[in-house]
Design a protein around this ligand. Structure first.
Ligand code: ATP
Ligand code: MG
Length: 382
């Protein structure tokens, strides 16, 4: 076998790189373009790790090809209060504006002068940041007003993507970020909003509860699995571009094993690609599946120890069945040796803890183990 070139791995598992490494999502991209063009706010919702952030970055990469647009991306995952929300939003905006217009930082002082702005530089990336002295709810409201006035005065069309937006529902003593955003949604002409998140009940509450300020104000895009035919072609072509071969039946097997769930597919493909082999065969996939399960086993055992016996039995039953509509049926309770009420209580716990995923389909509710690798470990080893 000839020596393989030290090729860049085309299967990123933690970040978006560029359109060459991004599979499909054509329909979703069209929805995002339409919402943007016609000035409708939009929310992307999916299970965790289905590809929301990747899709947002992919869309913003597309928008960035025109000088008329300016993209802001902010991830609220680590925020715990209104104050942190504002600080993150201000920082992301400043970063985007500063990249756009050099020497912009001095203008900021004027806008945020009341909040004793302190400039910071990220020691790793060198990115400029701003520390604001935001002490109370009125500061939150006023500094958001300052930010939106600043954004509203820009000549460009601004795409503002707020990822993990559901986090605001977890803040303690929260005031009213949604109602403030609603005001600016209505008052500013050049800002297009995109929200994204994965905790369905929190996100749905923000947009589908009539008592909430953002009720029915946004389009909703539910991100599902990438079509397996398209993913298969994509994976084969990535290997082909590196002058390598992955057998089609290996790709089918891996997509099925990973339930076509984007992140898990990417991890398996990344690992297969990293093997120093020209032709990837079934035995390689078998080896990778085994090593993934072993690598994560201690985490899975720790999970197991946190659960009660009945919760674990219920969980394992769901894994063995792949998908279940109910855990109260005679079939399920007999097979896994559970009382119907116990199984149901356990299910409720597992759903709340996001170990089991509850999805609404046209045929009713369905349950499956949320984490794909845990699911396969439970089925095959646990
Ligand atoms: N269409 C795609 N083609 C190829 N890779 C993708 C695609 N979508 C996402 N990915 C990659 O899969 C990984 C996980 O996706 P991403 O982080 O976008 O998911 P997420 O839904 O935002 O996850 P989380 O819920 O954890 O925030 C990333 O490395 C991302 O680049
Ligand atoms: Mg994400």
């Amino acid at each position: 076998m000839g020596k393989l070139k030290d090729t860049f791995n085309p299967f990123p598992t933690t970040k978006y790189i560029d359109p060459r490494y991004f599979c499909d999502r054509e329909t979703e991209l069209e929805m995002l373009k339409s919402a943007y063009k016609n000035d409708r706010p939009i929310t992307i919702f999916s299970m965790r790790r289905m590809g929301k952030t990747g899709l947002i970055k992919h869309f913003q990469t597309h928008l960035n090809s025109s000088k008329k647009n300016l993209c802001i991306y902010v991830d609220m995952f680590s925020t715990n209060s209104d104050e942190e929300f504002v600080e993150k939003l201000v920082n992301a905006s400043i970063l985007a504006l500063n990249n756009n217009k050099k020497g912009f930082l001095s203008e900021i002082i004027e806008v945020f002068g009341n909040y004793k702005p302190k400039f910071t530089l990220d020691p790793l990336t060198g990115a400029p940041g701003l520390e604001l002295d935001i002490r109370n709810k009125s500061d939150v409201k006023m500094s958001l007003a300052a930010l939106f006035t600043l954004l509203g005065s820009q000549k460009k069309r601004i795409h503002l993507a707020i990822d993990e937006f559901q986090q605001i529902a977890n803040y303690e003593n929260s005031t009213n970020i949604p109602s403030t955003i609603r005001e600016y949604m209505q008052d500013t002409k050049n800002i297009r909003f995109l929200f994204s998140g994965s905790q369905r009940h929190l996100l749905l509450e923000l947009f589908n509860n009539p008592k909430q300020p953002l009720f029915r104000m946004v389009d909703q895009l539910i991100l599902e699995e990438i079509d397996s035919k398209k993913y298969k072609e994509f994976i084969i072509s990535q290997f082909d571009k590196a002058n390598r071969v992955i057998q089609p039946e290996v790709v089918e097997d891996l997509l099925n094993w990973a339930r076509s769930h984007t992140f898990y597919v990417q991890v398996i493909c990344n690992k297969l690609f990293s093997l120093p082999k020209k032709i990837i065969e079934n035995t390689d996939l078998k080896q990778i599946k085994y090593s993934i399960k072993k690598e994560l086993e201690m985490n899975f055992i720790a999970y197991k120890n946190l659960l009660s016996k009945n919760q674990y039995k219920t969980l394992k039953g769901i894994a063995k069945e792949n998908i279940v509509k109910s855990v109260r049926t005679k079939y399920f309770t007999n097979k896994y040796n559970l009382a119907a009420s116990t199984a149901n209580q356990s299910l409720k716990y597992l759903v709340d803890a996001e170990i089991v995923y509850e999805q609404n389909t046209k045929k009713g509710r369905e349950y499956k183990v949320y984490d794909v690798f845990f699911y396969r470990w439970l089925q095959e080893e646990g």
